[in-house]
Design a protein around this ligand. Structure first.
Ligand code: GH3
Ligand code: MG
Ligand code: MG
Length: 488
């Protein structure tokens, strides 16, 4: 609590002290003039504490916008009016009619008849205290659990003096003693307890409340016995199946459906964990980070568990990774990714046995196509070639753009005969391809090299690539538009 609310609170407390002190002096006096002095003195406190507590309540419940200079002025004028009326005690008696001492009882108490102004004053006090009570009640039910205790303390701070006053007005107190000052002391004690134990003024409850409630991350607060002491609403959306009001539950029961979180809670190393959750046919990826919660004596009080949804980030990363594997013109794999896949396939073959073949293809006299029809026609030709090749391949075969107009194929579990057949199928498919581009129609041809590996083999990928490249070179040398096999 900072600024205005602290000022209003201090004013309220000073008012309460003046009132209580005045009353203590009143009941310890026997002479009417002396008693009347202290009654007037008390009224200074009463008419200060009444508006100040309402203003404080508005501040603490986030309704500061209702506090305007005009409204403060109106409250001050009303209070001043009642105070002035009370000051007429003993002279005009506008507020206290027929002031006298009641000597029939054990206590000699001051009694009087309530005039219209006194009744109006009671109405004014009741309106102010009712306002505070309503504000803090709403706050208590709406606030995050961590702040409910605070609101409850302030609610009692408003309610108790009000009840004390009503009991007195109804004549229900023994010896007709005014219960308001004593109830004000009681509420002062409760508030002091609140400051010491709940550290009411330590945090700005509102700001904390708003941040906590509107955070995009889910937050769970547990004590040292793993009991849930607080949570924010987003947590319930993120973790379906946990109790809708989990406060008071054991975290180990409430989070039973999330083993990763259970492990994290039991673990004392405060390591983050990652886990996925299925919600309505979508998979969400979460990263959860625990941190130590200490109380105001710096003693371990529990853990704060923040659960961050990084699904979008993960999807973007996956998209980025996918993009990094592809060639932008033809959208098939690029050379880097092909090398990775081929190395993996070769590793599998060498470890578990099997066979694989590579085919390298280079379009013949491609430069002429660019020169004759333009670079864009060349691009269209590359895309058309890729399309017919993909159609001629099996599902398990992998095609990549290896260089400008050079392509490479990985055929897992394929021997040299089958690979040779595939290369011929590709050759024919390209021969049969008629490329149409902006009114031009042209054909392309390509040369192929084929290399195969059968386990057991400890050949390196570079050696196979060298081999397949050599076969392609042979095909080019031998007149192009044909397939050659690596014979080494
Ligand atoms: P060879 O039969 O000996 O392979 O002759 P070639 O003309 O196909 O071979 P060369 O290596 O001399 O020329 C390859 C050409 O491919 C040159 C280059 O401009 C063209 N090229 C490479 N990448 C692209 C591309 O992305 N788009 C287009 N349009 N042309 C490309
Ligand atoms: Mg070429
Ligand atoms: Mg080339």
């Amino acid at each position: 609590m900072v600024g205005l609310s602290a000022i209003y609170f201090s004013i309220s407390m000073v008012g309460g002290i003046i009132y209580s002190f005045g009353y203590a002096m009143e009941i310890s006096s026997n002479m009417l003039p002396e008693i009347m002095f202290w009654v007037r003195f008390q009224h200074l406190g009463i008419w200060v504490v009444t508006p100040a507590w309402l203003l404080f309540s508005l501040c603490m419940t986030g309704k500061e916008k209702f506090i305007t200079p005009r409204r403060i002025a109106v409250l001050s004028i009303i209070s001043a009016f009642f105070f002035m009326s009370a000051l007429t005690l003993g002279r005009g008696n506008l507020f206290h009619l027929n002031p006298r001492i009641n000597t029939t009882d054990t206590f000699s108490t001051f009694i009087y008849d309530r005039g219209l102004i006194a009744w109006l004053g009671l109405v004014y006090i009741s309106i102010c205290l009712a306002g505070s009570t309503i504000l803090f009640s709403f706050k208590m039910f709406r606030a995050a659990p961590a702040f409910r205790k605070q609101a409850a303390i302030f609610l009692m701070g408003s309610l108790i003096p009000w009840i004390g006053m009503i009991v007195y007005v109804l004549g229900l107190t023994p010896y007709n003693l005014d219960a308001s000052p004593i109830s004000m002391i009681l509420s002062g004690l409760i508030l002091s307890f609140g400051f010491l134990r709940l550290r009411l003024f330590d945090i700005v409850p509102l700001a904390r409340d708003v941040i906590f409630e509107s955070m995009n991350d889910g937050v769970l607060v547990i004590d040292t016995h793993n009991q849930i002491i607080d949570f924010n609403p987003h947590l319930l959306e993120m973790l379906p199946g946990i109790p809708s009001t989990p406060v008071g539950f054991s975290a180990l029961d409430a989070l039973a459906a999330y083993p990763a979180l259970l492990e994290m809670i039991k673990d004392s190393t405060f390591q983050s964990v990652e886990f996925s959750v299925d919600i309505a046919d979508s998979v969400y990826h979460y990263r959860s980070t625990p941190s130590l919660l200490r109380d105001w004596r710096k003693k371990e009080a529990g853990k704060i568990i923040v659960i961050h949804d990084y699904t979008q980030m993960k999807q973007l990363l996956e998209q980025l990774e996918e993009l990094a594997t592809r060639d932008s013109l033809t959208e098939i794999y690029n050379r880097r990714h092909f090398n990775k896949l081929a190395a993996e396939e070769l590793y599998r073959l060498q470890r578990y046995g099997g066979l694989m073949s590579l085919i390298m293809m280079d379009i013949d006299y491609f430069k002429r196509i660019n020169d004759t029809y333009g670079h864009a026609a060349g691009d269209a030709a590359l895309r058309a070639v890729v399309k017919v090749c993909e159609e001629a391949l099996r599902q398990s075969d992998i095609m990549a753009r290896y260089g400008g107009e050079e392509f490479i194929f990985l055929l897992p579990q394929t021997d040299s005969t089958a690979a040779l057949n595939t290369a011929h199928r590709l050759l024919t498919a390209i021969q049969n391809l008629h490329i149409e581009y902006e009114g031009h129609s042209f054909v392309v041809e390509a040369s192929f090299g084929v290399a195969s590996v059968v386990s057991p083999s400890n050949i390196h990928l570079d050696e196979i690539l060298y081999c397949v490249d050599k076969a392609l070179y042979k095909a080019k040398k031998s007149g192009r538009n044909q397939v050659c096999v690596c014979d080494s």
